[in-house]
Design a binder for this molecule. Structure first.
Ligand code: SF4
Length: 288
């Protein structure tokens, strides 16, 4: 089954469906991603206050192809992440109608997180990352910047995939740029995780602590938000690297947190098998 074959809710059915899912799974964090969730902006405007009232941290990932609701500006526990595919010339070709011109108009009055996925084409041009981060750092609407690296499916080799040399250059450049541009919100430990991504979903803390549901609010996307059969050994997901870095942190200087997380996940999974409804997961993503 493809995403296009899944039933896509609208109106009250979508609002009630999202609330039913979060009341059942009780996430700490909910990312609403796409396609583009702003396609259903009326439903989002209704459901976001309901989610925040429940104490859930909400993140909306959008291309900003339409104005972002002004009522969301400055709301605590609500993050707006705008996906931007490189500098204006390359981005506008890939993302029209969400062009730079539109994004800049539509984010006015907001504080956003810029998220860019680095491709091999970007790394063919010297200083591409510096130009991109410099442009978005200078914008007052930018609160922070996250950079991911393109993640292929296993057995696929699209032109976006970085060579090992390009990946090494990305890591070296980000380590320099994070010192020059404070809005580049990527700790050194996180950036170094790009050097050795998890070998499989079983090794990925992010995959183990998230629950990704498709637009029918039922179908689980596995093993992670990428779906299909992603090549973990070339993973470039900033969220996966962030949690991997947290997992490396040694509690009391002794026990790596990932060991505690792993034991906790095993206990949780065993408990979940025996109980109904399922136990809360720390993060949830609803795709739509
Ligand atoms: S987030 Fe990356 S490492 Fe984790 S399961 Fe998905 S592709 Fe693999």
């Amino acid at each position: 089954m493809t995403l296009r074959q899944l039933r896509d809710f609208q109106g009250d059915a979508l609002i009630n469906g999202i609330i039913e899912v979060v009341d059942r799974l009780k996430p700490l964090h909910l990312s609403i991603v796409g396609g583009d969730p702003l396609v259903r902006y009326r439903e989002l405007e209704a459901v976001v206050p309901m989610l925040l009232k429940r104490g859930i941290h909400v993140q909306i990932v959008t291309s900003a192809f339409r104005p972002i609701t002004q009522a969301w500006a400055g709301r605590d526990h609500l993050g707006i992440v705008v996906s931007i595919d490189g500098l204006e010339a390359e981005h506008d070709v890939r993302r029209a109608p969400a062009t730079y011109k539109r994004i800049l108009a539509n984010i006015a009055g907001h504080k956003i997180t810029v998220h860019c996925t680095i491709t091999s084409q970007m790394m063919n041009r010297p200083d591409y990352l510096r130009e991109f981060i410099s442009f978005w750092s200078a914008r007052e609407e930018t609160r922070k910047i996250w950079m991911s690296i393109f993640t292929p499916q296993r057995g696929d080799s699209p032109v976006e995939v970085l060579t090992p040399d390009q990946r090494a250059r990305v890591i070296a450049e980000l380590l320099v740029l994070r010192r020059e541009f404070p809005k580049l919100d990527m700790a050194e430990g996180l950036i170094r995780e790009f050097e050795h991504p998890p070998s499989s979903p079983e090794e990925c803390i992010f995959a183990k602590t998230t629950h990704t549901i498709s637009a029918d609010l039922k179908t689980k996307i596995q093993p992670c938000q990428f779906g299909g059969d992603p090549d973990c050994t070339q993973c470039g997901c900033v969220a996966s690297m962030g949690l991997a870095a947290v997992g490396r942190y040694r509690l009391g200087g002794l026990i790596p947190l990932k060991h505690i997380m792993s034991v906790s996940a095993r206990i949780g999974a065993a408990f979940e098998r025996r109980s109904e409804p399922p136990q809360p997961t720390p993060f949830n993503i609803v795709t739509g």
